[in-house]
Design a protein around this ligand. Sequence first.
Ligand code: C2E
Ligand code: CA
Ligand code: CA
Ligand code: CA
Length: 278
Amino acid sequence: AKDSGRNCGLVYSDKWDNSARERLKLQHELFRAIRNREFVLHYQPQYRINSGRMVGVEALVRWEHPERGLVQPKEFIPLAEDSGMIVQLGDWVLEEACRQNKAWQDSGLPAIPVSVNLSLRQFMHQNLPGKVAAVLKGTGLPARYLDLEITESVAMDTADVSRHLSELARLGVGISVDDFGTGYSSFLYLRKFPIDRLKIDRSFVRDIMHDPGNAEIVAAIIAMAHNLNLQVIAEGVETEDQVRFLKRHRCDEMQGFFRSPPVPGDKIAEMLGKEASG
Ligand code: C2E
Ligand code: CA
Ligand code: CA
Ligand code: CA
């Protein structure tokens, strides 16, 4: 009866009903989770390709759900964005990442920047630069040790974006464009805004060894970035061949499973300790 129109409608509406209920339930749980602080940050190291040294970490949020265990961001970030809860969650992430980074520095570990993901909604929040300034002041983290990752959809040309980016740049925090190459098609904003770094999206990096088109794109992004005086980091680097390709094309930094997946904060402290002694 799969192909009967009436049944299709029924199945469809059942499904919709279920998933709407699921979503509502998840939304309530998310709301509670924010209140109860059920989130934790993992950190993925970023490496200089030439020296192989760890030069930064990206903070990635996970939900420690009381029954479901560790929940990955793809299962709750979209809902947090749709419901507006991303603003509160994002505030927590920003503060926690800065606090943790300052704690590493205070324990004598090498100082490196922490990158924090900002969703469009969070970025557009009226008082974002004020919030960032307050968190830096509150945690004592110098601005140059914070990097903010925005996507191309954020970098679209509107007065607010321009104002927020200049205010953030004036504070001295770094600005990276995340998932570069997947979004907005005009690159004008790269010249207009105080951007420091491009993060080449994983989808291009994944196929550089097999797809000559993607290899060309990656090489072109690196060359363009350097012409604009921007740093470039490749995301999702999983193999030695990819590292060799990136090195040959003078990519600055890399992040990916080849060196390390995202790990808990105490593991980062251990890795930084080894960097310092090695
Ligand atoms: P993203 O910002 O592009 O983060 C990189 C994602 O790629 C992470 O997934 C990371 O675990 C994964 N990854 C890193 N290296 C490799 C690799 O070599 N191979 C493969 N296959 N994957 C790799 P994760 O942690 O599941 O995060 C997914 C997305 O959720 C992030 O993508 C980001 O868009 C969002 N997200 C995570 N934390 C936050 C947050 O605090 N705030 C906001 N707004 N979004 C967040
Ligand atoms: Ca990111
Ligand atoms: Ca800057
Ligand atoms: Ca990314």
